[in-house]
Design a protein around this ligand. Structure first.
Ligand code: ATP
Ligand code: MG
Length: 419
C-alpha cells in the first residue's frame, strides 16, 4: 500500500464513526440539561495562546505541539486542548455572556499532541469538553462533576472512579512546590531525565510523570492538602462534603496534578479500571487565573474534557455501544428504463417517509439485485420487473422470510414496510 494514515492517527471507520456520533449526541443531550451551549472554535490558533494558557514548561508546550509557520509567517499550532480556545472566544466575542453569573460552553472535536502512540493514546484524538466560566462557588465544581458522572451513567458506564485533589492557588502553591522540592530533593538523581528537568522548571509536574519507576518514589509524599491555604482548604472540604451529600463516590488522590498549568484548587480525573495504563477517560478542574492570564478580568471557571477515544473503548469492552443503524430498510430494483423511473419515484416517497433505501444501480438482473440487497443487509427489496410494469404492480420481498407480495400502490407498500 502506498499511503497509510500518519503514525498516531487512525481512521474512524463507519461503525466506529457512528458510535462516536451517537455517543457525542447522547452526551450533548445531558450537557444541555445543565444549560451548556455548544461553541465551535478553529482547530488551529496562534501558538502564543497555548504557550500562555497551557504553560511554557508543560510537556504539551515543550514537546507535544504541532506548531508550524503558515505562508504569512505566523506561528500556528494545531490545538492540543480545548479550554484555551473557548476562553479566547469568550473574551473576543461573548460580552453578553460575561454579564451572566456563569456562562457554560461545550465543544467537541479533534485535538493534536505529539505523544508516543500506544493503546488509548493517539496523536490525533477526540475530546468532548465543557467550560463553566464565572463562578467561584464550590457548588460549580460539584455540579460539573455530577454532570460528568451523569453523562457516563447515561451511557451505562457505572463503575468509573473519580479521583480528586486540590492543587491550591497563588497563595499556597509556592508552599506546595517547596514541600515537594524538599521531599524530592534527595532522590532527584534517581528520577527520569524529564523529571529532573521538571524539578528545576515546574516541580508540580513531576507528579504527573507516566514513568512507573518515578511513580514508586512518590509514595509517602507529604500530602498537598496539608499545605493548602484556608480559602483553598475550605473550598476543598466543601466540595468533598457536597459530593458526599449527592452520593458521588470518589477517592482523594493526594498526588493528582494535571498536565496543564492553568489549574487551581479542585482537580479531578474519572478513571476506568477497564483501560489498563491509559485509564483516564475524563479530566478537569478549576482554573481561576486563566481568563485574566489571557487578558480578561479575573474570572473563576471550571471545566473538564472527556477523551472520546478511550470512552468508546470502554463502551466496546462493556458491549454498551449505541446501535449504529447502518443497515438499510429497502433495496430498490428496477431493470428497464420505465421501471427505473418508477423506482426513483418510489424511493422519493420512501425517503420522505423516513425510510432508508438504496437503488440497484447495476441493473443486471433481479437475482443479482437481491444479492446486492443482502450485502446492504436490507430488510426488504422492492422489485419492478417487466411483469410489474405491465400490471402496474409493486412487488415487495421480505429478505428475511423470503416471502413476497405484489401491491397496487405505494401506500400499501409503505404500510407493510412500517409494520
Ligand atoms: P493522560 O494523563 O492520559 O495523558 P491528560 O492528563 O493529558 O491525560 P487531559 O489533557 O486532561 O489529559 O485530557 C482529558 C482527556 O483526554 C484524558 O482524560 C484522556 O481521556 C484524553 N486524552 C488526553 N490525551 C490523549 C491522547 N493522546 N490520546 C487519547 N486520548 C487522550
Ligand atoms: Mg497527557
Amino acid at each position: 500500500m502506498k499511503y497509510t494514515s500518519p503514525r498516531g492517527t487512525r481512521d474512524l471507520l463507519p461503525v466506529e464513526s457512528a458510535i462516536f456520533r451517537k455517543t457525542i449526541n447522547k452526551l450533548l443531550g445531558i450537557f444541555n440539561l445543565f444549560n451548556y451551549q455548544e461553541l465551535t472554535t478553529p482547530i488551529f490558533e496562534s501558538s502564543g495562546l497555548f504557550e500562555r494558557a497551557v504553560g511554557e514548561t508543560t510537556d504539551i508546550v515543550e514537546k507535544e505541539m504541532y506548531t508550524f509557520k503558515d505562508k504569512g509567517d505566523r506561528s500556528i499550532t494545531l490545538r492540543p486542548e480545548g479550554t484555551a480556545s473557548i476562553v479566547r472566544a469568550y473574551l473576543e466575542h461573548l460580552s453578553e455572556f460575561q454579564q451572566q453569573q456563569v456562562a457554560k460552553f461545550t465543544y467537541v472535536g479533534p485535538m493534536f499532541r505529539y505523544e508516543r502512540p500506544q493503546t488509548g493514546r493517539y496523536r490525533q484524538f477526540y475530546q468532548l469538553g465543557v467550560e463553566a466560566i464565572g463562578s467561584i462557588s464550590p457548588m460549580l465544581d460539584v455540579e460539573t462533576m455530577i454532570m460528568g458522572i451523569h453523562a457516563l451513567d447515561s451511557l451505562g458506564v457505572k463503575n468509573a472512579e473519580i479521583a480528586i485533589n486540590s492543587v491550591g492557588c497563588d497563595v499556597c502553591r509556592p508552599v506546595i512546590k517547596e514541600q515537594l522540592k524538599e521531599f524530592v530533593g534527595s532522590i532527584v538523581g534517581d528520577l527520569c531525565p524529564d523529571c529532573q528537568n521538571r524539578y528545576e522548571n515546574n516541580p508540580l509536574r513531576i507528579l504527573d510523570c507516566k514513568n512507573p519507576k518515578c511513580q514508586t518514589y512518590f509514595m509517602g509524599m507529604p500530602s498537598m492538602s496539608k499545605a493548602l491555604c484556608k480559602e483553598c482548604n475550605d473550598h476543598f472540604i466543601c466540595v468533598l462534603d457536597q459530593l458526599d451529600e449527592n452520593n458521588i463516590q470518589y477517592v482523594v488522590d493526594p498526588n493528582l496534578v494535571r498536565g496543564l498549568d492553568y489549574y487551581t484548587k479542585t482537580v479531578f480525573e474519572i478513571r476506568s479500571m477497564l483501560l489498563g495504563a491509559q485509564n483516564a477517560i475524563c479530566g478537569g478542574g478549576r482554573y481561576d487565573n486563566l481568563i485574566a492570564e489571557l487578558g480578561g478580568r479575573k474570572t473563576p471557571a471550571f471545566g473538564f474534557a472527556i477523551g472520546l477515544d478511550r470512552l468508546v473503548m470502554v463502551l466496546n469492552q462493556l458491549s454498551l455501544q449505541p446501535a449504529t443503524d447502518l443497515d438499510i430498510d429497502v433495496f430498490c430494483i428496477g431493470l428497464e428504463n420505465e421501471a427505473q423511473n418508477k423506482v426513483f419515484q418510489i424511493m422519493n416517497v420512501l425517503r420522505k417517509n423516513n425510510i432508508k433505501c438504496e437503488y440497484y444501480f447495476k441493473r443486471n438482473s433481479i437475482s443479482d439485485g437481491i444479492k446486492q440487497g443482502l450485502l446492504f443487509k436490507a430488510k426488504f427489496a422492492i422489485i419492478l420487473g417487466e411483469e410489474e410494469i405491465e400490471n402496474k404492480k409493486i412487488t415487495l420481498k421480505d429478505l428475511t422470510t423470503k416471502r413476497q407480495n405484489s401491491y397496487d400502490s405505494i401506500e400499501e407498500v409503505l404500510k407493510v414496510i412500517k409494520g
